[in-house]
Design a protein around this ligand. Structure first.
Ligand SMILES: [Fe+2]
Ligand SMILES: [Fe+2]
Length: 133
Protein backbone atom coordinates (compact mmCIF):
# COMPACT_ATOMS: atom_id res chain seq x y z
CA UNK A 1 0.00 0.00 0.00
CA UNK A 2 1.38 3.45 -0.89
CA UNK A 3 2.34 5.82 1.93
CA UNK A 4 -0.28 8.32 0.79
CA UNK A 5 -3.48 7.04 -0.77
CA UNK A 6 -4.94 9.69 -3.04
CA UNK A 7 -8.61 10.19 -2.45
CA UNK A 8 -11.29 12.75 -3.17
CA UNK A 9 -10.94 14.59 0.15
CA UNK A 10 -7.45 15.63 -1.02
CA UNK A 11 -8.95 17.28 -4.07
CA UNK A 12 -9.07 21.10 -4.00
CA UNK A 13 -11.05 21.34 -7.23
CA UNK A 14 -8.44 23.75 -8.59
CA UNK A 15 -7.04 21.87 -11.59
CA UNK A 16 -3.48 23.20 -11.58
CA UNK A 17 -3.03 22.59 -7.85
CA UNK A 18 -4.57 19.11 -7.91
CA UNK A 19 -2.30 18.09 -10.80
CA UNK A 20 0.80 19.22 -8.89
CA UNK A 21 -0.38 17.56 -5.67
CA UNK A 22 -0.85 14.26 -7.52
CA UNK A 23 2.68 14.47 -8.93
CA UNK A 24 4.05 15.25 -5.48
CA UNK A 25 2.15 12.39 -3.85
CA UNK A 26 3.26 9.96 -6.55
CA UNK A 27 6.90 10.86 -6.00
CA UNK A 28 6.65 10.79 -2.21
CA UNK A 29 5.14 7.30 -2.55
CA UNK A 30 7.93 6.22 -4.91
CA UNK A 31 10.53 7.48 -2.47
CA UNK A 32 8.83 5.74 0.44
CA UNK A 33 8.61 2.44 -1.48
CA UNK A 34 12.24 2.62 -2.64
CA UNK A 35 13.41 3.22 0.92
CA UNK A 36 11.19 0.44 2.30
CA UNK A 37 12.61 -1.96 -0.28
CA UNK A 38 16.11 -1.01 0.77
CA UNK A 39 17.04 0.46 -2.60
CA UNK A 40 20.22 2.50 -2.53
CA UNK A 41 21.11 6.09 -3.31
CA UNK A 42 20.94 5.39 -7.04
CA UNK A 43 17.19 4.93 -6.79
CA UNK A 44 16.38 7.38 -4.01
CA UNK A 45 18.61 10.33 -4.82
CA UNK A 46 16.94 11.30 -8.14
CA UNK A 47 13.48 11.15 -6.54
CA UNK A 48 14.61 13.46 -3.75
CA UNK A 49 16.20 15.88 -6.18
CA UNK A 50 13.01 15.94 -8.23
CA UNK A 51 10.88 16.46 -5.11
CA UNK A 52 13.02 19.33 -3.91
CA UNK A 53 12.76 21.17 -7.21
CA UNK A 54 9.08 20.43 -7.76
CA UNK A 55 8.18 21.42 -4.20
CA UNK A 56 9.74 24.86 -4.70
CA UNK A 57 7.76 25.36 -7.92
CA UNK A 58 4.56 24.22 -6.26
CA UNK A 59 5.00 26.46 -3.21
CA UNK A 60 5.78 29.44 -5.41
CA UNK A 61 2.58 28.95 -7.41
CA UNK A 62 0.44 28.41 -4.31
CA UNK A 63 1.89 31.46 -2.57
CA UNK A 64 1.25 33.68 -5.58
CA UNK A 65 -2.36 32.50 -5.77
CA UNK A 66 -2.88 32.94 -2.01
CA UNK A 67 -1.39 36.44 -2.04
CA UNK A 68 -3.58 37.46 -4.98
CA UNK A 69 -6.73 36.10 -3.36
CA UNK A 70 -6.25 38.01 -0.10
CA UNK A 71 -6.30 34.76 1.91
CA UNK A 72 -5.91 35.79 5.59
CA UNK A 73 -3.91 32.66 6.47
CA UNK A 74 -1.25 33.42 3.88
CA UNK A 75 1.64 34.26 6.25
CA UNK A 76 1.11 31.17 8.43
CA UNK A 77 0.79 28.97 5.37
CA UNK A 78 3.95 30.35 3.83
CA UNK A 79 5.74 29.65 7.10
CA UNK A 80 4.71 25.98 6.89
CA UNK A 81 6.22 25.84 3.41
CA UNK A 82 9.46 27.42 4.62
CA UNK A 83 9.65 25.05 7.59
CA UNK A 84 9.40 22.05 5.27
CA UNK A 85 12.14 23.37 2.99
CA UNK A 86 14.41 23.95 6.00
CA UNK A 87 13.69 20.52 7.50
CA UNK A 88 14.39 18.68 4.24
CA UNK A 89 17.59 20.65 3.75
CA UNK A 90 18.75 19.68 7.24
CA UNK A 91 18.00 16.01 6.71
CA UNK A 92 19.76 16.07 3.35
CA UNK A 93 22.74 17.76 4.88
CA UNK A 94 22.99 15.11 7.59
CA UNK A 95 22.60 12.40 4.97
CA UNK A 96 25.77 13.53 3.23
CA UNK A 97 28.08 11.96 5.75
CA UNK A 98 26.45 8.53 5.17
CA UNK A 99 27.01 7.55 8.77
CA UNK A 100 23.34 7.39 9.58
CA UNK A 101 21.47 4.78 7.49
CA UNK A 102 18.11 5.59 9.07
CA UNK A 103 18.00 9.07 7.55
CA UNK A 104 16.41 8.11 4.23
CA UNK A 105 13.79 6.25 6.21
CA UNK A 106 13.25 9.26 8.42
CA UNK A 107 13.05 11.61 5.43
CA UNK A 108 10.57 9.48 3.48
CA UNK A 109 8.33 8.92 6.52
CA UNK A 110 8.46 12.61 7.40
CA UNK A 111 7.59 13.65 3.84
CA UNK A 112 4.67 11.23 3.65
CA UNK A 113 3.15 12.51 6.88
CA UNK A 114 3.89 16.13 6.10
CA UNK A 115 2.32 16.12 2.61
CA UNK A 116 -0.75 14.17 3.66
CA UNK A 117 -1.44 16.56 6.54
CA UNK A 118 -0.53 19.71 4.63
CA UNK A 119 -2.72 18.98 1.62
CA UNK A 120 -5.69 17.87 3.70
CA UNK A 121 -5.55 20.70 6.22
CA UNK A 122 -3.50 23.77 5.32
CA UNK A 123 -4.18 23.64 1.58
CA UNK A 124 -7.90 22.98 1.98
CA UNK A 125 -8.26 26.15 4.05
CA UNK A 126 -7.33 28.47 1.17
CA UNK A 127 -9.69 26.81 -1.32
CA UNK A 128 -12.74 29.07 -0.80
CA UNK A 129 -10.54 32.17 -1.18
CA UNK A 130 -8.80 30.96 -4.31
CA UNK A 131 -12.16 30.09 -5.81
CA UNK A 132 -13.45 33.57 -4.97
CA UNK A 133 -15.84 32.10 -2.37
FE1 LIG B 1 -0.03 22.35 -1.90
FE1 LIG C 1 0.61 24.59 0.79
Amino acid sequence: MPAIVWNSIMQTGITSIDAQHKTLVENVNNLFDSVQQGKGDKATEPIILFLERYTLEHFKMEEELMAKSGYPGFAAHKKQHQDLIRKVKNLRYQQRDRTNPTLWRELSAFLSDWWREHIMRADMNYVPYLKGR
